[in-house]
Ligand binder design. Sequence first.
Ligand SMILES: *Cc1c(COP(=O)(O)O)cnc(C)c1O
Length: 375
Amino acid sequence: MKKGITMTDLSGLMAPYFGEIQEAIDRVVRSGIYVGGREVSEFEEEWAGYLGVKHAIGTGNGTDALAVALRSLGIGSGDRVATVSLSAVATVAAIEMVGAFPVWVEVDFSTKTMSVDSLETVLESYSRTPTPVKAIVPVHLYGHPADMPQIMRLAGKYGCLVVEDCAQAHGASIGDGKCGSFGHMSAFSFYPTKNLGCLGDGGAVCTDDEDLATRARMIAQYGWKARNQSELPGMNSRLDPVQAAVLRVRLRNLDHENIRRRELAKRYSAALGITSLTLPDAAADCYHVFHLYAVQAVERDALMRHLSMDGIESQVHYPTPIHLQAAYKGRCLEGADDLSITESICSRVLSLPVNPSLSDGDVERVIASVTSFRF
Ligand SMILES: *Cc1c(COP(=O)(O)O)cnc(C)c1O
C-alpha cells in the first residue's frame, strides 16, 4: 500500500533541519534565559531585515500580533475595521479582541484578496457618518499579495490606518516590496503549518515607525515602559526564545522553500489546465508564495472524496465565510451587502497539497488522481 499524501507533513518539513534545530534548542536550554533575551532580539532583527522594515516585535501568536498592531494604532472600542470574510476566523477574532468590529469588504474573484472597488464603496459609504472606517485589515490569502498600492491609496484618501494580515504570506512580494512592508503595521503568524513556522505558537508585529514599534513592544508586555512601569494598558503576548531560535534556523531556508512551493504549483498549473478547474494565478508584479494551492471545482466535495480514495488529503480553506459562521452570523452585518464572490469561492475552493517536503513523485500522483476524476 502506497503511503498517503498529506497536506502538511510537519516532521517531514522539519527533518532537513533536525540537527540545527536541536542545537538551537540546546543553546536556549543552556542559556538559562527562557523569556526574551538574545535569541528573540536576534530573530526580530533578522525578520525585520528580511522584510525590509525597521522593526519586528515577537508575539505569542498571529492573532495576538494583529490585536497588538490594532491597539498600537489606537483602534479600540466601537471602531469600524474593514476586512474580508474570506480568511481564517483569527483575522476577525483579533478585531473583536480590541473591541472594534468588522465591516465586510468583498474579495476579487481572481486574486481572492480584498477587492479595491468594494473597499472604496465601503469606505465611501461610512465616510460621512460619525464613525467612519478607522482601519483596514487586508489579508494576503493563500500566499497571494492583496493589492497594497491601491489599498494604501484609498487608506490615504479616507484617513484609514492599515494592518496587513501576513499570516499566509511570508516572503510574498509586490514589485520589490515584501508583504508586511506596505501597511502602517503588519502581523505574522509562525504557526507550524505557515510558510515560516515554529514548533508551536509564535507571531510578530512589524512596522517602519519607531513610535508604533515602541507602543507595540509595550502593549505586548503589560504596557511596561520599563520593568514594573506600565504606561499603557497592556497584555502578555511574547515570542518565546525556543521558538525564536527555531525560527532563525528556518528563516535561512524560507526563500528556498518558497521556491519549491512555486515549483510544485507550476507543475499543478501546467498539468491541470486541461480540467475544468479554476486554477490560481498571480496578478502582475506579484510574487505568490503558495501557502496553499487553492483551485475551484464545481463538484468540490466529490473531487475531495475521489482524492481521498487515492490516499491524497485535500482541505477546504474555508468552508464557511466568517460572516456566516455561527459566532458572527446575524450579528456582524456591516459593509458590503453582497458577498456572493466570497460565498461562491467558499463553496468551490479546494487546497491541494503543496508543502515543500512533497517529492516530484507525490505531485505526479496528485495530478494523476485529479485528472482521472470525471468532471
Ligand atoms: C493562521 C492565521 C492567523 C492566526 O494566526 P495564529 O498564530 O494561529 O493566531 C491569522 N490570519 C490568517 C489569515 C491566518 O492564516
